[in-house]
Design a protein around this ligand. Structure first.
Ligand code: CDP
Ligand code: MG
Length: 141
């Protein structure tokens, strides 16, 4: 298994419900480590870039409204097989279908308000980490 880094976003629901610590504790439990962390607000341009594959979907305006509704926390998390493992811990996109024990199953509301984004593969992880962090904001220790 490869040591890799993934990009996670705590979405506005996770931040406003004060659940970021709870979720981060789950992510650290397997031994994954923080390489970078920051709080920010999306603007429309950054969101269109981040969700460039989704902007033409009918649900995009509501997704945009949700993602711009409050700040998010971006996290670069490193560990063995972290990309797949975090996707499994978060659960499927639709929170109402996500099993209990997953982040979305325990805390998500629907297929839009679903707590976290996480990179879905090594290529997207590399692009997404660069989107939110400069070299000097990523740490090895
Ligand atoms: O986040 P994930 O990779 O599981 O799903 P996606 O298909 O890449 O969609 C990105 C995000 O768009 C989701 O996490 C939802 O917040 C939102 N979405 C939505 O609002 N309505 C849908 N029908 C599908 C996705
Ligand atoms: Mg996705």
């Amino acid at each position: 298994m490869a040591r890799e880094t993934t990009l996670i976003l705590f979405k506005p629901d996770a931040v406003s419900k004060n659940l970021t610590g709870t979720v981060l504790a789950r992510f650290q439990e397997p031994g994954f480590v923080i390489r970078g962390i920051k709080m920010l607000r999306f603007d429309k341009a950054l969101l269109d870039e981040h969700y460039s594959e989704l902007t033409e979907f009918p649900f995009y305006p509501l997704l945009e409204e949700f993602m711009l509704s409050g700040p998010v926390i971006a996290l670069a998390l490193e560990g063995e097989d972290v990309i797949k493992t975090i996707r499994a811990m978060i659960g499927p996109t639709d929170s109402t279908k996500a099993p209990k024990g997953t982040i979305r199953g325990d805390f998500g509301e629907c297929n839009r308000i679903n707590m976290c984004h996480a990179s879905d593969g090594p290529e997207s992880a590399a692009v997404e980490i660069k989107r939110f962090f400069s070299e000097d904001e990523l740490f090895d220790y």
